[in-house]
Write a protein that binds this ligand. Structure first.
Ligand code: SAH
Length: 243
């Protein structure tokens, strides 16, 4: 029996609470009653929750026992900002596929007006990730970071494996690279950062910067994928190899 899963707005070690529109939906649409049971995500873990108290704006659960939860994939996607509707679709799909974090990147060929508007879109992107995490019954919500310049994003997390999706790369495929990493890593799984360029692709100086920062180019095959397709394909290849 799979209980519907909610991601708590507030929690402590014994209780968890939904507020606002989540509570409203549970009370008005799902006609919540005390005693009803749901899965509750709180503090990155999943609990068997039982409704203990209901008010129009708040539903409080007692956390009865922890439920086994599958962790996110240790994958961070650096997504160069591109057409928002397609980018939001990529954020939703990458969340379903288990991405741990997404860094929106201002690339040289990101359209200027999108780069400028990105700061204001981050809250919306976080809401999309939250809803997709809930729908896909994840135990956590992927972190959507503040938009960053490629230079800054390329330098973060120096201990992660860094792979840049390069459409012109013909040498190594993502699959080959990940299988080499798994062999080298032994039993612990390396955390992997994957950088995806904008619709116009990486500019030459960006490719040089990424190369200088140790990002290894990998191919997703001979066809040119849209950025959102590349995000989904990369997540799928890595998920298939790590899970
Ligand atoms: N300017 C390119 C298209 C860029 S597609 C052209 O038209 O030739 C947007 C991004 O998706 C690329 O920067 C790359 O990161 C990724 N991508 C697309 N197809 C890919 C492939 N076959 N292999 C690896 N990455 C790819």
């Amino acid at each position: 029996m799979t209980r519907r899963r909610w991601i708590a707005d507030h929690w402590d070690e014994a209780t968890a609470t939904l507020i606002g529109e989540q509570a409203g939906h549970l009370v008005r649409v799902l006609r919540a009653q005390t005693g009803m049971e749901y899965d509750i995500v709180a503090g990155g873990r999943v609990w068997h929750g039982v409704i203990a108290r209901i008010s129009p704006e708040e539903v409080r659960f007692n956390l009865v026992a922890e439920v086994a939860a599958d962790p996110a994939l240790p994958v961070t996607l650096l997504i160069s900002i591109f057409k928002f509707d397609r980018m939001e679709w990529a954020i939703e799909k990458a969340t379903e596929l288990g991405v741990q974090a997404i860094v929106p990147v201002v690339a040289r060929r990101s359209e200027k007006h999108l780069a400028l508007a990105a700061e204001k879109r981050v809250e919306r992107w976080r809401r999309i990730a939250h809803e997709a995490a809930q729908q896909s019954r994840r135990a956590d919500v992927p972190l959507i970071e503040e938009p960053a310049s490629l230079k800054l994003a390329a330098r973060n997390a120096p201990d992660s494996v860094r792979l840049v999706l390069a459409e012109q790369e013909r040498g190594t495929t993502l699959r080959q690279m990940v299988s080499e990493l798994l062999i080298a890593a032994g039993d612990e799984v390396p955390s992997i950062r994957v950088a995806i360029g904008p619709e116009g692709g990486w500019a030459p100086d960006e490719a040089a910067l990424l190369d200088a920062e140790g990002w290894r180019p990998v191919s997703l095959g001979p066809r040119i994928l849209r950025a959102e397709t590349a995000a989904i394909a990369a997540m799928s290849v890595i998920a298939a190899m790590l899970e």
